[in-house]
Design a protein around this ligand. Sequence first.
Ligand code: PBG
Length: 329
Amino acid sequence: MIGKMRLPMSKVSKKLHRLKSNKIFRDLCSETDFTKANFVQPLFVNEASGNKEEIIGLKDNFVMSLEDTLRQINDDISNGVSNFLLFISSKNKSLDSFNLSFHEKVISSIKDEFKDNINLWTDVCLCSLTDHGHCCLFDKDNSINIDKTLDEISKVVLTYAEAGADIIAPSDMMDGRTLKIREVLDGLNFSMIPIISYSTKFSSNFYGPFRNAADSTPLFGDRKQYQLDYRNKSEAIRASIRCAEEGADMLMVKPAMTSIDLIKDIKEKTNLMVGAYQVSGEYAGICLSEDKGLLNMEEALEETWHVMRRAEAQFIITYGARLAKKIGF
Ligand code: PBG
């Protein structure tokens, strides 16, 4: 009858405090640890960008020109970052015929400059290309035209691969895209480029700051027709299993905190590594709270990162990756 047990304090022998009395004990007992090698830093490059602008809510993150991006990567490397996730926006938006010349230039310039010192992850999605800001193409009745969408995604993948992308990271949540992308890559001698799929991606309020930065807010409706419903666990796991079956090399959940309960299940069911994306709204919540004097940002980041690791995330995509060294990783 544990609930009825009332030991006097002097008799309590199982003291959790005992192994917490100094930092050396606490570090000795730490069950989760990770290094800078596990972090991925997002970058926003915009063809229309003049001066480097800080993104609202995302401290130390900017929308940048290509030149500023190259300088930023250089700084980030000196802070121990070696994985970058690239989001590119060009001036021209279209309904269905996309001009990818800026994208090509950004990726090839970054790889020319930094070569194998970095791994360049490229987010693949149509939402920053379409004039309506959705991740897909529609038929006249506004239903998703999956074949046309996958064809356009394939063209983006091909451009990125030829320009030198190290990793293809599809974030669109279209049915069948991982299989299609694997076929495209293998068919063109890019069989060594891994696909790290955003495999469990919820339709979320926490993408708000990102959409300002990537210029990808949908002009109408929302993304509930193709992103996952946060009320559902089995569907969320199934989405990752599907990506694994279609040939993804690693998987990812996002937002991190609203999918923390899924990481271990997905890992066990697919035997693939699973990363977590601490999305813009999660990071902004921490930054803005610090601005109001409500918490310490670096400590709060460290806390969330350890929780992701405790949940067995293999890698963490975070807007704070460039702060990891300063924080002590
Ligand atoms: C593109 C994409 C989004 C994010 C990553 N890739 C936005 C969305 O799906 O609406 C969100 C990342 C973030 O909020 O940090 N589809």
